[in-house]
Design a protein around this ligand. Structure first.
Ligand SMILES: NC(=O)c1ccc[n+]([C@@H]2O[C@H](COP(=O)([O-])OP(=O)(O)OC[C@H]3O[C@@H](n4cnc5c(N)ncnc54)[C@H](OP(=O)(O)O)[C@@H]3O)[C@@H](O)[C@H]2O)c1
Length: 293
């Protein structure tokens, strides 16, 4: 097994564990955002006299925020790791698999690949790409002895949420997170049994079915509503709570009614809301309201 990533120490730790269980393991420290990554991996395998029998494209990360405000290079790096390098590795190793009539590819997509995702636009789009690409090549290699599986889990408890601020959103908080090893096992089992798509949990399968039924214009509104960052607010920007607003309106009506002993018809009241006692212009405007009655 060849483990690929950037964090050498973490990879070596896993490699030692696997070696202890009798699996021959090697570590390659490669940045998958680099356009050289595919070539480097292929050369490293050839140097060791190896070929790729099973490819697992799992590396990926998310970025949270409006696309127009986030760093462009970061977003392109995300696309490179999640989609471009995944495609390159697939295209490099798939022909050999087909020629040998064995092996396959397990691509890690996501439930997010079923909808456009405001505030994570590139991430969601990259996962939509992974789902589409995997389904298409899976159909192409049917009956060749090679299988392609796309694993599309819902939220999973991993370091993903430490690296990406999406964990703070309402959507993230209401969606229960799955266990990482259960998710990996479901994906591997699906791959071994030749499934083209694996969505491990029933709740996530139901959500995926719903997302397939809903049109994009509804989905974007739903995701946008639930996937908002808790933006830091200054006192001036702080929205007035609904109860306080109602009280304020009541206070104004009562003010006018009590002063004049009769309710003023709505049409006779000023169109723009009158300022409160602490707001500029309170005295003059409230005076005019009284005299208007
Ligand atoms: N967690 C979830 O809720 C969830 C749900 C659905 C799908 N997924 C997908 O599952 C996959 C794995 O994510 P995870 O949840 O296990 O998150 P994770 O714990 O953060 O793991 C991400 C992995 O990707 C590697 N990676 C990221 N950028 C890389 C780069 N430029 N070059 C090489 N390796 C890179 C990381 O290695 P380094 O240490 O080198 O950064 C790390 O091993 C991702 O594709 C993610 O989109 C996750």
């Amino acid at each position: 097994m060849v483990l690929i990533g950037r964090a050498q120490q973490a990879l070596e730790q896993v490699a030692a564990e696997l070696t202890g269980r009798g699996t021959q393991t090697a570590v390659l420290c490669i940045d998958l955002a680099s356009s050289q990554a595919g070539g480097q991996i292929e050369r490293a395998l050839a140097d060791r006299g190896l070929y790729c029998d099973v490819l697992i494209n799992s590396a990926g990360f998310g970025l949270f925020g409006p696309a127009a405000e986030m760093d462009r290079d970061d977003q392109l790096n995300l696309f490179d790791v999640n989609a471009r390098t995944l495609t390159e590795l697939t295209l490099r190793f798939l022909p050999g698999m087909v020629a040998r009539r064995r092996g396959g590819i397990l691509n890690v997509g996501s439930l997010t690949g079923y909808t456009p995702g405001p505030n994570m636009a590139v991430y969601y789009a990259s996962k939509t790409y992974v789902r589409s690409f995997s389904a298409a090549i899976s159909a192409e290699v049917e009956n060749t002895g090679v299988t392609i599986t796309c694993l599309c889990p819902g939220p999973v408890r991993t370091a993903f949420f430490e690296r990406c601020a999406v964990g703070q959103t309402q959507l993230s908080r209401i969606m229960p997170r799955a266990n990482a090893s259960d998710t990996a096992e479901a994906g591997w089992h699906g791959f071994k049994t030749g499934k083209s798509l694996v969505i491990p949990r029933r709740i996530d399968r139901m959500i995926a079915a719903l997302m397939i039924l809903l049109p994009d214009n509804i989905l974007v509104r739903l995701v946008r509503a639930f996937q908002k960052a808790p933006a830091p607010v200054t006192r001036a920007e702080f929205p007035e709570p609904r109860r306080a607003r109602r009280f304020k309106e009541q206070f104004r009506t009562t003010d006018v009614v009590s002063t004049n002993s009769k309710r003023i018809p709505e049409t006779e009241l000023e169109e723009s809301p009158r300022p409160m006692p602490h707001e500029p212009g309170y005295a003059s405007t409230s005076g005019s309201a009284r005299s208007a009655s």
